[in-house]
Design a protein around this ligand. Structure first.
Ligand code: CDP
Length: 208
């Protein structure tokens, strides 16, 4: 069984992906971490994030053992990731790893932007998680404050809007719901309610 969870920044897809994987006994891959790791490695090499040759080389040589690096969770790396994620060569280089991960028994939950559309178009269940930008900004703002990062709400909202536009408008594998994805709007749901709703949707889909 493969479960694809896509959606914009701070929609809750990461937490949902992790909990859904635990619930159904599946492996979990947060694919955003792959793009974050490529961005980190490009910056470590001192190259520009738009430098496709360096970025593709970093993607091809990515060490999955470094995906738990706490630095990858930093806000700036998320923005940098969405810049390298526009490069077609980077996306192509990361595709095999993601597909092999998904195919390994007993199956997996992958969360990202293009799982249902490009990485696993044959996924058993596809969920597209959304929430109003203001609500996502409020969540991300609280998260960053709790990390000791004294950023303003307005700045976080501006970054969320900018990232949505960059991810949705790129030519290659843009963020969008697959035609057969189920939409889950978490604007008015806390994580518990969103998790219950997602499990209900998945159970209904697999019993069809
Ligand atoms: O956690 P958050 O939603 O802020 O970001 P993330 O899921 O870690 O993704 C960081 C960036 O990687 C996104 O803004 C996308 O540009 C890119 N990404 C992608 O293009 N395709 C994916 N499957 C996952 C992430």
């Amino acid at each position: 069984m493969i479960i694809a969870i896509d959606g914009p920044a701070a929609s809750g897809k990461g937490t949902l992906g992790k909990r859904i994987a635990q619930y159904f006994g599946l492996a979990h891959l947060d694919t955003g971490l792959l793009y974050r790791a490529v961005a980190r490695d490009v910056l470590v090499r001192g190259a520009a994030l738009e430098d496709e040759e360096v970025a593709v080389d970093c993607a091809r040589n990515l060490d999955p053992g470094t995906l738990d690096d706490p630095k990858l969770r930093e806000a700036g790396i998320g923005e940098a990731a969405s810049i390298v994620a526009r490069l077609p060569g980077v996306r192509a280089a990361l595709l095999t790893f993601q597909r092999e991960f998904a195919r390994r028994p007993p199956g997996a939950v992958l969360d990202g932007r293009d799982i249902g559309t490009v990485v696993c178009p044959d996924a058993t269940v596809k969920i597209y998680v959304t929430a109003e930008p203001e609500v996502r900004a409020r969540r991300r703002h609280l998260e960053r404050l709790s990390q000791g990062d004294n950023v303003s709400y307005e700045e976080v909202l501006a970054l969320i809007r900018e990232r949505d536009a960059r991810d949705a408008n790129r030519a290659n594998a843009p963020m969008r719901p697959a035609d057969d994805a189920i939409l889950l709007d978490t604007t008015n749901l806390d994580i518990e309610a969103a998790f219950d709703a997602a499990v209900g949707l998945i159970k209904r889909k697999i019993s069809q």
